[in-house]
Ligand binder design. Structure first.
Ligand SMILES: [Zn+2]
Ligand SMILES: [Zn+2]
Length: 136
């Protein structure tokens, strides 16, 4: 089983097991990282809240966790859905956004699920709002 990262939703507390290699991929090339704090956005399957998390394995601040976890089998695929930009034009912060779906979910299923996500309070480290992408 590939390593997975255990994250607890900061809205509802449910646990999410995400494929580590998928979460780490946007940070693989040092000069092309979306942000330098190893921040990612994750949509919770239970409460649909989109929240910001820091990947703990490289992040000094320990307030949000991402323990490496040898997982029991899990059925959902971890998908990089989009890369979100900050509302402020000259802020370079980008947030890779991940979600999990059943492997059988179609593109329409995923889009319908995305419509139910809750975006309140998603911010970059400077405190600027990160809006829901326009095409959604
Ligand atoms: Zn949740
Ligand atoms: Zn910003």
């Amino acid at each position: 089983m590939a390593p997975q990262i255990l994250i607890h939703c900061t809205s509802c507390g449910s646990s999410m097991l995400l494929a580590a290699h998928t979460l780490e991929r946007p940070f693989a090339i040092p000069d092309e990282q979306p942000n330098d704090s190893f921040a990612v956005g994750i949509a919770c399957r239970s409460c649909k809240s989109v929240r910001r998390y820091f990947l703990q394995f490289r992040h000094a601040e320990n307030d949000l966790l991402g323990e490496e976890h040898e997982a029991e089998a899990q059925n959902e695929d971890t998908i990089l859905v989009n890369t979100l930009g900050c509302e402020v034009d000259d802020c370079r912060f980008l947030l890779p956004l991940f979600a999990q779906w059943n492997p059988q979910a179609t593109a329409e299923d995923r889009l319908a699920d995305i419509q139910t996500w809750r975006w309140e309070g998603l911010r970059c480290p400077e405190g600027h709002p990160i809006p829901k992408p326009k095409p959604w």
